[in-house]
Design a protein around this ligand. Structure first.
Ligand code: FE
Length: 371
């Protein structure tokens, strides 16, 4: 048995449909919005009932149809827990198994292309998303990517599978359809026989352009591609507030940051950035500093320098409290168009005092790094 492989020429994306021959229960992986009618026709031609609509990660190059397939076909949505796709009904952890009829697939966490990325193993087939491509691999230079993590995912997770496992990639730009683990392990020019250092050097030297649709599609893919969803709409709207220009979601702030509409300023202390993590490209400018959390006397001057005329400024702190104070200051003292990023970097703590589990920049799957 093989997966049904479908292709979207506009984004060179492969979509896969797997099914149980007896019960006709099916799974779709990485469906593309503009191909939904085709996908539904394939399902009906084969007499299949769609049980699961899955993503390998939050895509930056095309819009998903998972949300619509859930609405129209009654499928359940599932996505890797680390991808910030809050609308997915099931948030997959490494090793989770999804059943469809008598068949099952296993989710393998393979961070690298994005921090949350997963591959799906079904029988002796692996759907690799953008983690492993034929003679290549996904880029690691944005969206919480990490070349180091990808090297481990490739060499320790995927190449540990039996060599005759068939590899079904998330994209191919040269008309190739599938490969095997054995072949990629032996001959993939990016990683075969390479040390971690060589691999990281190759990945860091790629210098790829930013995907044309990144700012548009990424926030929508984090709501399963639902344009009309009320949450998705309010997510991308400014909420006006007293004393500064307004509150924005981390997703909207990221979109403005990517498009160059706003400067992103991280107002947490240097210590927090060092220990907890930071957003690449954000201006580090503490509002208060350890020890004692005294107001940073250089704040006004440095903010003025960081934000060019006519640009907005979006302010990020741990949970969206200090950034309100900083946004008010930026408005009053400097006359800037200043916005507070709701939820901050880590979100509010849950009942067990753990952060990053209910909101925030990291939870939403937006890019960040640790030193
Ligand atoms: Fe991707």
């Amino acid at each position: 048995m093989k997966p049904i492989q479908l292709f979207d020429p506009a984004s060179s994306t492969y979509t896969y449909i797997l099914f149980d021959k007896l019960t006709r229960d099916a799974v779709i992986i990485d469906p593309v919005d503009t191909q939904m009618e085709r996908d539904q026709a394939v399902l009906s031609d084969f007499g299949l009932t769609l049980r699961w609509a899955l993503e390998t990660h939050a895509h930056a190059d095309h819009l998903t149809s998972v949300g619509q397939l859930v609405e129209h076909d009654g499928a359940m949505s599932a996505a890797p827990a680390g991808c910030g796709i809050a609308t997915a009904a099931v948030q997959l952890q490494n090793g989770d198994v999804l059943a469809f009829g008598h068949e099952q697939l296993t989710a393998l966490h393979t961070p690298g292309h994005t921090a949350g990325s997963m591959c799906y193993l079904w029988r002796d087939h692996i759907m690799t998303g953008d983690t492993l491509l034929i003679d290549g691999c996904g880029r690691t230079d944005f969206q919480s990517g990490s070349a180091e993590a990808l090297y481990d995912s490739l060499t320790e997770v995927l190449f540990a599978l039996p060599p005759d496992t068939t590899v079904w990639p998330g994209h191919d730009y040269q008309g190739r359809h599938y490969s095997t683990i054995g072949r990629e392990k032996a001959a993939n020019p990016r990683v075969a026989g390479k040390t971690l250092e060589e691999f990281v050097a190759t990945m860091n030297a790629l210098n790829l352009p930013t995907p044309a649709r990144l700012a548009e599609v990424l926030p929508l893919n984090q709501t399963s591609g639902l344009r009309h969803d009320a949450d998705a709409v309010t997510l991308m709207q400014v909420r006006p507030s007293e004393g500064y220009a307004g509150d924005v979601s981390p997703q909207l702030a990221y979109q403005w940051f990517l498009s160059g509409e706003a400067v992103l300023v991280d107002v947490r202390s240097d210590a927090e950035r060092e220990w907890v993590g930071f957003v690449p490209g954000a201006v580090p400018l503490a509002w208060k500093q350890w020890p004692g959390m005294a107001i940073n006397p250089e704040f006004d001057e440095a903010l003025k320098t960081a934000v060019p005329e006519g640009k907005k400024v979006v302010l990020l702190c741990r949970s969206g409290v200090r950034s309100i104070a900083a946004a008010k200051r930026a408005t009053e003292a400097l006359g800037l168009q200043a916005y507070n990023i709701l939820e901050g970097f880590e979100g509010d703590p849950n009942g067990q005092a753990q952060r990053n589990l209910q909101g925030g920049w990291r939870f939403r799957g937006l890019p960040w790094r640790q030193k």
